[in-house]
Ligand binder design. Structure first.
Ligand SMILES: [Zn+2]
Length: 501
């Protein structure tokens, strides 16, 4: 071969090589798009098959007033399937936001929480709730092809107890170096009143949920649950979680349940039963204050330790169950009012379970709100009804400064507006948290299984994520999850509601 022939051959080779590459490339693109089309076809077929699943038949979903109402009915596995299927997009979204928060605050990876769920919590979960949790996974997978498994869902259900109760206990046990400061949450303002305190002499109960806005904006489910065994329940809740968890619920035997969390609680029993399981079981099976107390005490693990505020519409009696781990106390009355704003009051519970809490600091959020509840409830003795309770949940009187100002000390909390934050909960100045929604009901409404609920700050104020994040770059990690939280109207929901009515 001469030089020119060699050059021509080389050029030809380059051209052929290029053509071969182009051909292979276009084949790959064609097969990738064929693959995408196949995946989409399979997903559509899966959704069709899942939608026709007979387990979905009694279930339903509609949206109103910023809330998503779901009706679940049947045996535990079927109710789980309905829950997972009907709330699949909200569960995926809620899981992403909640798990990011759990990992961020504890500096532990997700595998750590899965392991805790699998080894510590799962073996002690009653069979019916294991089936319900398993059902959630099945419904979720059927709808979206989700990769989440039952241990993801169990760890997620325990989002109030694993990061802020188990992890600090474990860090102490293991003397973890540079352990992050973790404090039990201080969620909520609530009261239950009866007898001469209320307008009709019967029970009135109200609650607003305090949490970070990231999770709180997602706490917008109304669950109407008709289980095969136990009582019918109506409660607010979080997508993918089997207990109300903030907590506000009523059952068809007339039990009325809410709570506020004990500030600066310390302790955990790894051999106990998860709080979310006990709380769900108590609402489902307790027909009296005594039965409620018994179920909550059975396997008490110390997780998400609350001052439970209870009412029994059959007897008109109300109660407060201050449920520590080493100590607990039950108060009950047929003529009185019991309020909560995240303080323990029994000397033994304070000493043994919340030793860091200072009940005398009038400037702290729990104590300032305690003073405000006292004023407000005493001023309205004999006049308390649901309409008034709704107003109280949106109250902005700061007893420490003696002025109207929405901040961390007001019954309707706005910590994002406070230069102080809440140090007892490790909420930094301007922490994006506070009251995220409110609920109220009374004995007559409970008899008909009805509640009032308002999404967003109970005062009606909006939280806007974008300007907040621009002003507070220290919260930038929340950016993918933090959304606007706009207040909806007070809206009535009742058991068996079919759609917007
Ligand atoms: Zn407010």
């Amino acid at each position: 071969m001469n030089d020119s022939m060699r050059r021509a051959a080389a050029i030809l080779l380059v051209i052929l090589g290029g053509a071969a590459l182009w051909w292979a490339g276009s084949r790959a693109a064609a097969s990738a798009s064929a693959n995408d089309a196949m995946v989409a076809t399979i997903a559509a077929a899966r959704e069709r098959a899942a939608a026709n699943d007979p387990r979905l038949k009694p279930a339903s979903r509609f949206e109103q007033g910023g809330w998503i109402y779901v009706h679940l009915e049947g045996n535990p596995g079927a109710m789980g399937y309905q829950h997972g299927y009907l709330l699949a997009p909200e569960i995926e979204d809620g899981f992403a936001a909640v798990s990011a928060g759990m990992m961020h605050s504890t500096q532990r990876d997700w595998e750590f929480f899965r392991k805790a769920a699998h080894e510590m919590l799962w073996p002690k979960i009653d069979a019916e709730y294991q089936q319900e949790l398993q059902g959630i996974v099945e419904g979720l997978r059927a709808r979206t092809g989700s990769k989440l498994d039952v241990y993801d869902i169990v760890a997620f259900n325990a989002f109030e107890e694993l990061p802020d109760y188990y992890v600090p206990w474990l860090n102490k046990q293991q003397k973890t170096a540079n352990a992050p400061s973790l404090k039990s949450p201080g969620n909520c303002s609530a009261f239950v009143a009866t007898g001469s305190w209320t307008k009709d002499g019967q029970i009135v109960m109200a609650h607003n949920n305090w949490t970070n806005y990231r999770n709180g904006e997602r706490w917008r489910i109304v669950f109407d649950i008709a289980p095969k065994n136990g009582y019918r329940m109506l409660m607010d809740g979080f997508p993918g979680v089997i207990a109300s968890d903030d907590d506000f619920g009523i059952n068809s035997d007339g039990l009325m349940v809410t709570e506020t969390t004990i500030t600066q609680f310390e302790g955990w029993d790894p051999s106990g039963k998860a709080e979310f399981v006990r709380a769900r079981k108590a609402l489902q099976y307790a027909g009296s204050i005594d039965e409620y107390t018994k179920i909550m005490l059975d396997g008490n693990n110390g997780g998400y330790a609350n001052d439970w505020l209870l009412g029994d519409r059959k007897t008109g009696e109300i109660a407060q169950l201050e449920l520590g781990l080493k100590a607990y106390k039950l108060w009950r009355t047929k003529d009185g009012v019991l309020a909560g704003s995240n303080w323990a009051r029994d000397p033994k519970v304070l000493k043994e379970d919340a030793p860091q809490f200072d009940p005398n600091n009038k400037e702290s959020s729990p104590n300032a709100r305690r003073a405000r509840w006292n004023e407000l409830l005493n001023d309205n003795k004999g006049k308390i009804d649901v309409a008034l309770a709704e107003k109280m949940l949106g109250d902005h009187a700061d007893t420490a400064q003696k002025k109207e100002e929405a901040n961390e000390r007001t019954l309707c909390g706005h910590v994002d507006g406070s230069p102080r934050g809440v140090k007892e909960w490790d909420w930094q100045p301007y922490y994006p948290g506070g009251a995220v929604q409110g609920k109220a009901t009374d004995a007559a409404m409970t008899k008909e299984m009805r509640i009032m609920a308002r999404m967003g700050h109970p005062c009606g104020g909006d939280f806007l994520a974008k300007p907040f994040l621009a002003a507070h770059p220290e919260q930038a990690w929340q950016e993918p999850y933090l959304r606007d939280m706009k207040a909806g109207p007070w809206t009535e929901f009742r058991s068996g509601q079919a759609s917007k009515e």
